[in-house]
Ligand binder design. Sequence first.
Ligand code: 4NP
Length: 165
Amino acid sequence: MTSRVLLVCLGNICRSPTAEGVLRALAAREFAALDLEFDSAGTANYHVGEPPDRRTVAAARRRGYEIAGLRARQVNPADLERFDYVLAMDRANLDELRSLDELRRRGRATTRAHLGLFLEYAPECGTDEVPDPYHGGQEAFERVLDLCEAGARGLLRRLSAGGRT
Ligand code: 4NP
């Protein structure tokens, strides 16, 4: 059975496309037996239709991940039914997802997804948030990649061990 994973940040041009690109690459390289689908989205609509930030694309490329073809979209209520895991990059993003979930439940819609933080799967990082690099320097983008690689590896290990707890 396919497991569908949606990564969510604010703009969908820095952190969540990075996580999506890293997950796709690691899944193909090291977890090819798993049946997985990945996507990413932003809680805001500022950058809908745009490719990832050029600094994000460059940082990812330096580590061998190609993400220039991705395009930003905004998360929508149906995503909570369509995906098995909807994983936020920080707590503000997770709060937005919970609000969306609350609205759905009031409309009697069901939610299938596990809502959580991406870094739940990488406790060794010592943080459960991927910081927004948008106003930072190159080191901020490198940090996003470090955290996304750890989160991706942890999530893929969990999925290969049977998935949701
Ligand atoms: P992201 O980073 O949430 O990781 O995509 C940001 C991108 C754009 C903005 C903020 C954060 N912005 O304010 O435009």
